[in-house]
Design a protein around this ligand. Structure first.
Ligand code: HPA
Ligand code: ZN
Length: 319
């Protein structure tokens, strides 16, 4: 039996499939700027992270109610389970919803409902990680954290995402210090489009436990040594890297070099509705593009369980 997978880097808003965008637009009477599904799909051609983020944020307009968020998360769990995922730690972007007038309470009622039922309904244990939008003011992130802590909701951690270049982790030192002091687990996107320096900052200034993406660490041998010595997990997203042109082709993806360097690498889908697939599609891409072997897949699957924030008992069950 192949080792099951934990998915550690997946933005729930990035699992919003075109069909669900149209269904929710109708349910919520939101007018979409697309003629039809084909017109929407024709826009999934990205040149960099920002070109994707523009569409990602625009499409969130259809997410209005707790039920929308619950439906979105259930659709993800069903699809992820079919691809071999048995544990998922899910990012969501509170500020992207509160800025549109959707109360954080409603977002969390919906996501929380799906997360609570995910193990019994889909065999996928799960948890939520609230991700700070790094291109918005630090004070807004601090207010979001306050609201989150005040709601007494089942959120496991704090992450950092959105437009990386020009928005270094150093902007969010106080927010992450407070999150850690409050018992939240912490992770940060770094070294996707941004330089190795941002990975150092995420580790040393924010004190995060995992780095999301991190592929640019290979440009800095001292950083690779640090990541290997401390076995800091890197949640790599191969299809995302190709679609956002972090790498030119799958055949040139550095995943195998990262494994060979001794890095604790995991494979994840990032925004599966936008980048050509779920975690199983990422493994298929690695097999076809990079010649990934079954043995390497096993290593990556084990890494994903080890790098997760699942309980020791759940990890034992899955390994
Ligand atoms: N990078 C940064 N922010 C994001 C991403 C990503 O790949 N996906 C969703 N928000
Ligand atoms: Zn991401």
């Amino acid at each position: 039996m192949p080792t099951p997978l934990a998915e550690l880097h997946m933005h729930i808003e990035g699992s919003l499939e075109p069909e669900l965008i149209f269904a929710l637009a109708e349910r919520n009477r939101v007018t979409l700027p697309y003629r039809d599904l084909d017109d929407l799909r024709s826009r999934y051609e990205f040149t960099d992270l920002q070109s994707f983020l523009d569409l990602y944020f625009a499409n969130m307009a259809v997410l209005r109610t707790a039920q929308d968020f619950a439906d979105l998360a259930r659709a993800y769990f069903a699809r992820a389970a079919a691809g071999g995922v048995r544990h998922a730690e899910i990012f969501f972007n509170p500020q992207a919803h509160t800025a549109r007038g959707v109360p954080l309470r409603d977002v969390l009622d919906g996501l929380g409902d799906a997360v609570r039922g995910s193990e019994s309904e889909f065999g996928v244990s799960s948890a939520l990680i609230a991700a700070v939008l790094r291109d918005r003011p630090e004070a807004e992130a601090a207010a979001m954290l306050d609201e989150l802590l005040g709601l007494d909701v089942p959120v496991l951690g704090l992450g950092l995402d959105s437009a990386e270049v020009g928005n270094p982790p150093s902007r969010f030192v106080d927010v992450f210090a407070r999150a850690r002091a409050s018992g939240l687990r912490t992770v940060a996107h770094a070294g996707e489009e941004g330089p190795p320096e941002y990975v150092w900052q995420a580790l040393d200034l924010l004190g995060v436990e995992r780095i999301d993406h991190g592929v640019r660490c290979l440009e800095d041998p001292a950083l690779v040594t640090r990541l290997v010595d401390d076995q800091v997990p890197l949640t790599v997203c191969p299809l995302s890297n190709v679609r956002l042109r972090v790498v030119d082709t799958m055949a040139e993806h550095p995943l195998r070099a990262m494994l060979a360097a001794g890095l604790l690498v995991t494979v994840n889908s990032d925004d599966p509705a936008y980048f050509g697939g779920y975690v199983d599609d990422n493994f298929a891409g690695l097999r076809d593009g990079l010649g990934l072997t079954e043995e390497e897949r096993e290593t990556l699957a084990r890494n994903s369980i080890l790098a997760s924030f699942a309980s020791p008992e759940r990890k034992r069950e899955l390994l």
